[in-house]
Design a protein around this ligand. Structure first.
Ligand code: NAD
Ligand code: DAU
Length: 336
């Protein structure tokens, strides 16, 4: 089996490649990644010399590269995206290019090359925002209601993926998952930003009142869900994937991290809120549980602790990332 993984040098993509190569060592993996600020080949050091792994440095918006990458491919697993909401608010264009146009090029080439499966990684954010005051959750029948340029571009990509199935019969599956956390996550996202700031003795910026709620999913649980959907999922179907947390606010998350790290709440700094900030996400993952037997195995508290340990043990990884362009970004986003 030959898999084309797009965005395999990013957070979830690299965790997926490491997971897959351990579990299915006989498979070949081609990783197509343009190495944006979020792509890091250090994540893949342990398998870079494996003869079943190869890397193509290229953009999914470059049709020639996409065509070349497809040769002999059985399955496409599509992670490549611009993924950070705050950056999409500052500059939406790259989000539309990569997430919509790039996905379109991949779909076209997949159809031409008769790939046997195209799996698209998407997000629960396409469903919009839930109220804090009720217990509702997103499910596969929830209407799309994206509210940021990021989630709108991901919604656009989901629609294209489904259209290629309905119109041309491309065998597709989609997973829409909640907020991932774990090793190799770029420290622009809330959890790694908090942990690495505290390690640097810096405050943690908490947007607005900090009462926003996310549904936290450990990255390996996500990889396992993708594995099940690829191997057992029904063509044309969407599966929602969520974590083990009950509603937990950002403030509660940061307090847990501070407790794990033996620091006091003086590290919390409330800052200006994100524009159009979605209040609450919660995912009903009963479809993938009932149909494919998936459930998250990694509980939040224990794996948050392990994630803190990972960042402590991998200081070089995040210190290398938090230089140059990152410092510029941080200054622009948060002030000095
Ligand atoms: P990431 O930002 O860490 O990594 C994205 C990767 O895609 C990087 O390696 C980058 O170099 C690559 N890339 C970006 N533009 C590209 C282009 N034009 N051509 C080729 N490669 C390109 O993202 P992530 O957090 O690993 O997310 C992966 C996927 O999962 C995305 O599709 C994202 O929308 C989705 N998702 C993420 C989360 C989360 O919590 N991180 C949750 C739900 C869904
Ligand atoms: O829900 C899935 C989505 O989760 C993915 O599709 C996105 O790719 C991923 O980036 C993530 O989006 P969020 O916007 O929810 O994640 P982020 O880590 O940026 O923020 C999590 C919460 O923390 C959110 O309510 C905003 C808040 N936050 C974030 C940052 C970066 C802060 O309070 N301060 C911060 O500095």
């Amino acid at each position: 089996m030959k898999l084309l993984v797009t965005g395999g040098a990013g957070f979830i993509g690299s965790n997926f490649i490491l997971y897959w190569m351990k579990k299915y060592p006989q498979d070949q993996i081609v990783n197509l990644d343009s190495l944006t600020y979020a792509g890091n080949l250090e994540n893949l050091k342990e398998i870079e010399k494996n003869p079943n792994y190869s890397f193509i440095h290229g953009d999914i918006c470059d049709l020639d590269v996409v065509e070349r990458s497809m040769v002999g491919v059985d399955w496409v697993v599509h992670f490549a995206a611009e993924s950070h909401v705050d950056r999409s608010i500052k500059e939406p264009s790259p989000f539309v290019m990569t997430n919509v146009i790039g996905t379109h090029f991949l779909l076209d080439a997949s159809l031409k090359n008769r790939v046997k499966k195209f799996h698209h990684i998407s997000t629960d954010e396409v469903y919009g925002s839930l109220n804090l005051s009720d217990q509702s959750k997103f499910n596969e029948r929830t209407n799309y209601n994206p509210r940021s340029p990021y989630s709108a571009s991901k919604a656009g990509s989901d629609h294209l993926v489904r259209a290629y199935n309905k119109t041309y019969g491309l065998p597709i599956t989609i997973t829409n998952c909640s907020n991932n956390f774990g090793p190799y996550q770029f420290p622009e996202k809330f959890i790694p930003l908090a942990i690495t700031n505290i390690l640097e003795n810096k405050k943690v910026p908490v947007y607005g009142d900090g009462l926003y709620v996310r549904d936290w999913l450990y990255v390996l649980d996500h990889c396992h869900a993708i594995d099940l959907v690829l191997n057992k999922g029904k063509v044309g179907e969407t599966y929602l994937v969520g974590g083990m947390t009950n509603d937990i606010s950002n403030l509660e998350v940061i307090k847990k991290i501070l407790k794990i790290m033996g620091k006091d709440e003086g590290f919390i700094e409330h800052v200006k809120d994100r524009l159009g900030h979605d209040r609450r996400y919660a995912v009903d993952w009963s479809k993938i549980k009932n149909e494919l037997g998936w459930r998250p195995l990694h509980n939040f508290d224990e794996w948050l602790e392990k994630t803190v340990e990972w960042y402590k043990a991998n200081e070089k990884w995040w210190k290398d990332v938090k230089t140059g362009a990152y410092q510029e970004y941080y200054k622009e986003q948060y002030g000095s």
